[in-house]
Design a protein around this ligand. Sequence first.
Ligand SMILES: Nc1ncnc2c1ncn2[C@@H]1O[C@H](COP(=O)(O)OP(=O)(O)OP(=O)(O)O)[C@@H](O)[C@H]1O
Ligand SMILES: [Mg+2]
Length: 287
Amino acid sequence: MSNIIEIQDLNYTYLNGSPYEHQALKNITLSLNRGDCLGIFGSNGSGKSTLAKILNGLLRPTAGKFVICGIDSTTKHLNDHLWRKVGYVFQYPEKQIFKSNVYDEIAYGPRNLGLSESDVKSRVNDALEKVGFIPDLTEHLSPVNFSGGMRRRIAIAGILAINPEVLIMDEPMASLDPIGRKMVYDIIKNRQENKNTTIIISHDLKEIIDLIDRIVILDHGTVIFEGIINDLQANAKILTKYKFELPDYMQVIYALAIKGVKINTSIKSMAEVVSEISQILRNNPCW
Ligand SMILES: Nc1ncnc2c1ncn2[C@@H]1O[C@H](COP(=O)(O)OP(=O)(O)OP(=O)(O)O)[C@@H](O)[C@H]1O
Ligand SMILES: [Mg+2]
């Protein structure tokens, strides 16, 4: 499988050269396969959003380089190229809505792509449906009429309407109700099923564990873990230090393995756990 993202020795310093300069990212080297879902975790201030902004072209690396969707970070006018390929749903995107009606807000990206108005309309309708709105009932309304969580959905729809090759979502589930969280979950699941690449920044491993193929943990701007969930599970030091909680059903699986039960620990979803335990019970009727 080809890599859609290659990052090499990437550094970023805010206010570089000033007395207030702060190095937010230090020698980041990472790669991601096309179609994979990457989860980025880390404490407040560890550099997650800075990395997302670099990959979307909003910030330029202070040192190091990356290639994403075939676009090299040394490209002139990088942002002009990257926004078409890499969609970035900001942390609290609802604060950045600026159009006076829902349709124009979501149409902003597709119109800038130069699409015909009929294609723009179909992108807007499709995106609205993906975030759970009925287009005819919603598109003429002003975003100010919606609650914060609903405005988040509108902002997400605006990025989905660009059809980005890579979608980066920065803590998209934070402060959403269960319906909103399920909606975000379904969007990511749907992208995964269609082999589209997604990066999700989160603090809650439990919430997205069955969606992510790879995990990166940042600490003070440095990658301190990169791998799959099984590698993380084996790393008790990191689990404890960062207080990562695994879902209860996974804790059951690992507890059984520790007790000597032959069980596949490389499973991530509740459905897989049920099937694994049922199989074991069928094979051991005396239990
Ligand atoms: N515009 C800025 N100017 C100066 N320093 C900044 C700026 N934005 C972020 N920083 C600093 O860079 C570091 C990384 O910030 P960043 O927003 O990337 O962290 P984060 O991991 O996304 O945190 P959170 O979980 O709180 O969203 C922090 O120390 C932050 O204070
Ligand atoms: Mg952030």
